[in-house]
Design a protein around this ligand. Structure first.
Ligand SMILES: C[S@@+](CC[C@H](N)C(=O)[O-])C[C@H]1O[C@@H](n2cnc3c(N)ncnc32)[C@H](O)[C@@H]1O
Length: 225
């Protein structure tokens, strides 16, 4: 069923936009964010049981799953719509000597059995999904009972000057800095406010969430009751 907010917010499919050179450029810039991925990996690992199964939804170039894999004996799967990103992530995992099952697929229609995962994580991608409530319901379906999901994404209410300061702290070259600031400004248009996130979650099977503010975004914690 399509909800009111989802109908209003439905955005064109963005998967194709992150193929080829666009995916490679994103990967190049994200190398500078490795400390952020390590911090997210630590946050995730604190919620994953010993030898637990983890799903990263929309892992892109795979930095986060690879950092999680370094922290424990987990069974990790990454599901991304972009074929280029799946190849990049597979090659990175091989080079890092860790095992992650990166595969291609749609977060709104996941190729997994119900109750497959002990933890789900999804960073900087939720705003890109054309059917956000469907993605939430898919997360709910594939999570085990009592398990948690963490979505981290940009807050629409973040002022442009704060987004620009965030990029400046990445110490990129002039081209990458300009590219990233322009991308952030454009992504902010697709991002959600805290209230909109709460509305979307209320329409999903999770019904409620806990939101923790960050610098330019927020952590959204969900639990399958
Ligand atoms: C901005 S990137 C974020 C990548 C990664 N999570 C990170 O933090 O660097 C957005 C990702 O969402 C993926 N994506 C967009 N729509 C998707 C969908 N319907 N199913 C799975 N992945 C999707 C894109 O291919 C891309 O990898």
């Amino acid at each position: 069923m399509t909800t009111n907010l989802e109908t209003q917010k439905r955005k064109p499919y963005k998967g194709i936009a992150m193929e080829g050179i666009v995916a490679k450029q994103y990967d190049r810039v994200q190398k500078h964010m490795i400390e952020q991925y390590k911090a997210w990996a630590k946050l995730a690992s604190d919620s994953i049981p010993l030898n637990g199964s983890v799903l990263e939804v929309a892992p892109g170039p795979g930095y986060l799953s690879i950092e999680i894999a370094k922290l424990g004996n987990y069974s990790i799967t990454g599901l991304d719509i972009s074929k280029t990103f799946v190849k990049i992530a597979q090659s990175k995992a091989e080079k890092a000597g860790v095992k992650v099952d990166f595969r291609q697929g749609d977060a709104a229609n996941m190729p997994f059995e119900a109750e497959s995962f002990d933890f789900i994580v999804c960073t900087s991608a939720f705003k890109n999904f054309p059917e956000p409530v469907r993605v939430l319901d898919e997360m709910f379906r594939v999570l085990k009972a009592g398990a948690k999901a963490l979505i981290d994404d940009m807050n629409k209410d973040t002022p442009t000057c704060k987004l620009n300061n965030f990029v400046d702290q990445m110490h990129l070259n002039r081209f990458d800095s300009y590219f990233t600031k322009t991308t952030f400004k454009s992504l902010a248009k697709s991002a959600y406010t805290k209230t909109q996130i709460q509305e979307l979650v209320a329409q999903s099977k999770f019904k409620r969430c806990e939101i923790i503010d960050e610098d330019i975004g927020f952590e959204i914690w969900l639990k399958k009751a």
